[in-house]
Every structure is written in C-alpha cells, then in structure tokens.
Design a protein around this ligand. Structure first.
Ligand SMILES: [Ca+2]
Ligand SMILES: [Ca+2]
Ligand SMILES: [Ca+2]
Ligand SMILES: [Ca+2]
Length: 281
C-alpha cells in the first residue's frame, strides 16, 4: 500500500487541527468476503486559509487476497470531497445489504453510498447529513427502533481556519498548559483544546427513503454546552433499551452520556470514560 501518504498539516504542528487526522475504516465494499481498507486523509492549512478545500484525497484499497491490496480510489469514486478528513464509519443506511461510508471532516462531511458495482455515489446532499463544523467521530444505531440506522456526529472545536490562534498566544490555553497561554514548559505550543470553544454535535434520524431529519436540538443531542467531542459510539447499558450514544471527551471529567428512547433524551453525566482526565484548575 505504498500509494498512500497521510497528510496532516505541516511538520511544526502550529495549530491543533494539524494534530488530529485521520482514521481508517475496514469495509468489504465489493462483498467478496475479503475486508478492504479505506484511509481517510488530512490536508494543509494553507488551502483552507485561501477558502478552498485541499487536494489531498482519501484512498480505498481493495483486498485481492494473499495479503495483497490494490488501490481502487479513483475507479470507485471514493477520493472524498476534498475537505480535511478526520474519521469514517461503515454503515448500511439504505438497508440494501451493501456497506456505505460516512466520512467526517474539518469542513463538510460526506456520505458515500455503495452502488453495488464497485463504485460509490456522493449521497450527502440528498441525505442531508453534511455538517460543516469540525467533525471527528460518527456512530450509527437504530435509535428510534424503526428498522433503519440513525446517525450521531461528534464535533470538536469551533475553529475558524481564517482566524487561527497562534502558538504562544496569551489569550488561550493548551494541552499541558497552566492557564498562562499556549505554552508548555515556557515554550510556545499550539493552542487548544482548552481555551477554545467546543463545537456542538449533530443527530440525524433516518427517514427510510434515503433522507435524514436533522434532529439535533429536538433530541437534546446538540451538545449546547459545546464539549470537545472526539469520538462517538453507541452502547447498550441496559437490556431492552435502545443503545445510547456516548461521546468521548477530552479534558472533561464528565463525559456526556445521554439516554434515548423514542427520541426522548435524558441528559446524564458520568464520571467515567476512556482516556479522560480532570481539567486542571
Ligand atoms: Ca472485499
Ligand atoms: Ca447500503
Ligand atoms: Ca464536518
Ligand atoms: Ca431508525
């Protein structure tokens, strides 16, 4: 697989978005019982500052057996929408038995519908599941128990590519910072996530006809408080109840844990979660 090279900004990592991409999905897109690989790629900030998406492309590798893969990105139409990719999830949102792809981005996300002939079609606009914010994790579950998969998207930080906080800036915090600006052991480092504004999340309810209803606010899953969302998964903590989305948070002692039942959400907080640490005062 020498054809893939991950791009995630510049080597200096002056800005937090350069330290976050990108994910990999395992998907048997051609249904030959051999798992294929989809690599999400990042980008360069310069193109974002100029208002245009990156030319960096994601890559799909087909498993041809005997531990060999061949790149089929262009033939499959899976190169992405040009925006800085963060992660992906595999789903069958249209219940046709063919696995589809959802790619989260720093910029609009993309839903790629598997057409069953070795190619994907961009179904994002028709489905209505784009989210222009800095999306990270995505997860699928039949939350309303109507037989189709609904979509939760975690978003990380409200970060304007045209107005990025500079390393060392006294106005923000940093990962290991002491509250005295974007510094670590006295050295200027990239700002964030502390001190930056967290982005809200999205929840889309599958309508069963290839479209989704934006239900973030009505479901209570919009994360109005703006926690830093980096990952998402559904878990079933109690038998007989719909699965709940749990969004992984960084630097928050209390990850949001929300309970769903027929779209009824009861916000709950829990003091546990993977990879969490208490914020320093
Ligand atoms: Ca395959
Ligand atoms: Ca499908
Ligand atoms: Ca996005
Ligand atoms: Ca559903």
């Amino acid at each position: 697989m020498g054809g893939f090279r991950l791009i995630s900004g510049d080597r200096e990592k002056r800005y937090i978005v350069e330290a976050n991409s990108a994910g990999v999905c395992v998907i048997d897109y051609d249904s030959d019982d051999r798992p294929d690989l989809y690599f999400v790629n990042g980008g360069h900030l310069e193109s974002f500052r100029q208002g245009s998406p990156s030319r960096v492309r994601h890559a799909l590798f087909r498993n041809v057996g005997e531990r060999r893969f061949e790149e089929v990105t262009e033939a499959a139409g899976a190169g992405g929408n040009g925006y800085w990719g963060m992660g992906c999830s595999v789903t069958d949102y249209d219940s046709d038995g063919l696995p589809d792809l959802y790619v989260t981005s720093y910029g609009p996300n993309q839903l790629l519908r598997n057409q069953g002939d070795g190619t994907f079609a961009d179904a994002t606009e028709h489905a209505g599941v784009s989210d222009p914010r800095w999306s990270t994790g995505s997860a699928w579950s039949d939350v309303d128990l109507d037989g189709d998969l609904d979509l939760f998207v975690a978003n990380y930080i409200e970060l304007d590519p045209a107005n990025l906080p500079e390393p060392g800036s006294p106005a923000y915090g940093s990962m290991g910072g002491s509250g005295l600006g974007c510094k670590y052991m006295g050295l200027p480092v990239m700002c964030g996530p502390r001190g930056l504004k967290g982005a809200g999340d999205s929840f889309f309810v599958n309508q069963g006809d290839g479209t989704f209803e934006q239900s973030s606010r009505t479901s209570g899953l919009d994360d109005a408080e703006g926690y830093f969302g980096l990952g998402a998964l559904f878990v079933n903590l109690r038998r007989g109840r719909p699965a709940r989305p749990v969004r992984g948070q960084r630097l928050d002692a209390q990850p949001l844990l929300q309970e769903l039942g027929q779209r009824d959400v009861r916000g709950t907080r829990a003091s546990f979660g993977p990879g969490l640490q208490r914020p320093r005062s």
